[in-house]
Design a protein around this ligand. Structure first.
Ligand code: IPE
Ligand code: IPE
Ligand code: MG
Length: 232
């Protein structure tokens, strides 16, 4: 328990393949991912994790068939209505990161806002749900802010960019866990991941449980983080 990461970011991947392996429609894989998501939150609470971030829908996921996109919008609304009271009781602060564009249904936006308002005073853990999130879009939005604020070139530094990301107070992830055997970042938190430890597992997201999170933390604890320096 000595070196529990402060912030873990998950890429919840493999729902479609989990469903296909069972002869089910892809959407059943998303439905099965709900238990994985909240068991992971429980596991995080158990080890005293302060920040947990989960990739739920990317700016690129609009490319999926309309039926699947529609399902995911309703599904994410359902997740909030089913879990926000429990998360609130457990001291979890819910946040969202991503663009609020016209494609996100108004009703979902309302549920997102309600969940944020309900839990904003909680401090045991911050659960950031990346929804309609793309890291390049986030950086573009930060640059737009810099231009809108009229900064001169000599005023543009890392702090100027960081302070204009979606959640400037969020510490960089110590550990990123991606499921389903894919070895890529897929436009997730590009700025924030500069020195994160990456753990990849073949487990498909719907099969992921807190034990898998603990295994990833153990692997993280065996890593030597040097940040460009030398081993002491
Ligand atoms: C992750 O599972 C969920 C989302 C991206 C919304 P996928 O739906 O990407 O599942 P695979 O990768 O096709 O198996
Ligand atoms: C990343 O998974 C996005 C989410 C988990 C929401 P994808 O399944 O969309 O990523 P790619 O297409 O395999 O890179
Ligand atoms: Mg995928």
């Amino acid at each position: 328990m000595g070196r529990v990461p402060t912030h873990i970011a998950c890429v919840m991947d493999g729902n479609g393949r989990w469903a296909r392996a069972r002869g089910l429609p892809r959407t059943e894989g998303h439905a099965a991912g709900e238990e994985a998501m909240f068991d992971t939150v429980e596991g995080g609470l158990e080890i005293g994790l302060k920040w947990l971030t989960m990739f739920a829908f990317s700016t690129e996921n609009w490319r999926r068939p309309p039926d699947e996109v529609r399902y995911l919008m309703n599904f994410n609304e359902g997740i909030l209505t089913r879990h926000r009271d429990d998360l609130n009781r457990k001291g979890v602060r819910i946040r969202f990161a991503g663009r609020r564009d016209w494609r996100v249904p108004k009703r979902l936006l309302r549920h997102m806002d309600d969940s944020v308002a309900l839990t904003e005073k909680n401090r045991r853990m911050t659960l950031t749900i990346c929804f309609n999130y793309g890291a390049r879009a986030e950086i573009v939005d930060a640059v737009k802010g810099i231009v809108a604020d009229g900064l001169r070139p000599d005023q543009v530094d890392e702090r100027a960019i960081r302070s204009r990301l979606y959640w400037p107070d969020m510490p960089d992830p110590d550990l990123v866990v991606r499921t389903s055997g894919e070895f890529r970042i897929s436009n997730y938190l590009l700025w924030q991941l500069a020195y994160s430890e990456l753990v990849f597992t073949d487990v498909l997201w719907p099969d992921f449980r807190r034990e898998n999170l603990f295994e990833a933390v153990l692997e993280y604890q065996g890593r030597d983080r040097r940040y460009g320096g030398v081993k002491r």
